[in-house]
Ligand binder design. Structure first.
Ligand code: UD1
Ligand code: UDP
Length: 364
């Protein structure tokens, strides 16, 4: 079978790395990788392909930048052309970005079956661009790979047919297990004299935080007052906003370019605490057993909050400072994200799914 994988943003490269490795174990699956170009800087894209040995994209569409509607529209047209040319048996999309939605929409309009990795997540905040992308992608998909029991329940509540939905666990857990031994400290770490185990690792990039000057300022002030060195690998969206708003960064912050995945894993495992608004980083904090403070009003990864591993503090300066300085009692660790075999299970189900749909596709 021919599987067309559509990716475009940083977290999707990391998710696709483990699934592509699982695909390569089968002679009967030929994967065609399409990179939309949503993320395009070397440290937001190329570094992951090199470091994680992801096969080079067969098509690179270079469609990053611009407003979300326009970006998604450009991707939709270009992906349709690639799908018509490649005639895949199935299209695989990941997560909740504009690249995910464009890939799923282009495929269903050509009657191609769609498989969605990381289906069923909901923040119940419809102002988040990701929430709309997730809902639409889930409802357009034929095979939904679900990472958590909560996601399973969400899809059930939305009436998605049971036979489309598969709880497989989280591919990011597979990645954490596989790459943990390869993690390495970034070069700047020892040069800048940051103390191992005594720093806060922070990431900020959510539109709801970066595009609201009050929230962004409160987050940066909270981090600045936390009383430890803050290592902040800065997302380009956030860098741009900070520059536009002329915000002066607190002296306790070590602001760097985005780091590679293996460097990020090392920082996550060696930080005293993580402060983030990233979906992936919340889970990685749990995988690498570092307490997490999430600077959002809600999260899709509710299990971690319920289990006490993650604390939701919004963009409230005082709550951020307080949470970063309070001790977290070590809680019971359960297998929330499956058994670390999500990627293999996904590939097995894709092969079975393609075999049961000989009537679909563009080859006739
Ligand atoms: C996107 C996803 C978000 C995901 C995040 C991962 C959507 C709606 N959002 O958000 O769900 O969590 O990626 O990081 O798809 N930029 C660069 N260089 C790059 C990439 C981006 O300079 O390599 C700048 C550009 O100015 C761009 C801005 O960042 O306009 C935002 O990028 P965009 O892809 O629109 O959204 P993200 O905030 O990255
Ligand atoms: N990440 C990285 N370098 C960084 C920041 C994040 O490699 O400088 C990785 C992180 O380890 C995780 C993924 O990027 O695997 C999360 O992506 P991001 O926070 O951009 O998006 P989200 O998960 O919120 O969609």
């Amino acid at each position: 079978m021919k599987l067309l994988t559509c990716i475009g943003a940083r977290p999707q490269f990391i998710k696709a790395a483990t699934v592509s490795r699982a695909v390569s174990a089968y002679n009967d699956v030929h994967e065609v990788i399409v990179h939309t170009g949503q993320h395009y800087d070397v440290n937001m894209s190329d570094v992951f392909f090199e470091e994680l040995s992801i096969p080079k994209p067969d098509h690179h569409l270079a469609l990053g930048g611009g407003n979300h509607g326009e970006m998604t529209g450009r991707m939709l047209g270009a992906l349709e052309a690639v799908m018509i040319e490649e005639k895949p048996d199935m299209v695989l999309v990941y997560g909740d970005t504009n690249s995910t939605l464009a890939g799923a929409l282009a495929a269903v309009k050509l009657h191609l079956p769609v498989a969605h990795v990381e289906a069923g997540l909901r923040s119940f905040n419809r102002r988040m661009p990701e929430e709309i992308n997730r809902i639409l992608t889930d409802h357009a998909s034929d095979i939904l790979f679900v990472p958590t029991k909560t996601a399973l329940k969400n899809l059930e509540q939305e009436g998605l047919p049971e036979d489309r939905v598969h709880f497989v666990g989280d591919v990011m857990y597979d990645a954490a297990l596989f790459y943990r031994a390869l993690a390495r400290s970034p070069a700047f770490f020892s040069q800048k004299g940051v103390e191992d185990g005594n720093f806060i690792l922070a990431t900020i990039h959510r539109a709801e935080n970066t595009d609201d000057p009050k929230r962004l300022a409160a987050i940066l002030c909270g981090l600045g007052r936390a009383g430890r060195c803050v290592v902040l690998p800065l997302h380009p969206r956030t860098r741009q906003r900070i520059k536009e708003l002329g915000i002066a960064m607190p002296a306790s912050m070590l602001v760097t370019e985005p780091v590679s995945y293996l460097e990020m894993v090392w920082l996550e495992a060696h930080a005293a605490v993580i402060a983030t608004d990233s979906g992936g980083v919340q889970k990685e904090a749990f995988f690498h057993e570092t307490p997490c403070v999430t600077m959002r009003d809600e999260t899709e990864w509710v299990e971690l909050v319920e289990a006490g591993w993650n604390r939701l503090v919004g963009a409230d300066e005082n709550r951020i400072v307080e949470a970063l300085n309070s001790n977290v009692e070590q809680q019971h660790r359960s297998a929330i994200y499956g058994a670390g075999d999500a990627s293999n299970r996904i590939v097995e189900l894709i092969r079975r799914g393609a075999a049961s749909r000989p009537d679909r596709g563009l080859k006739a």
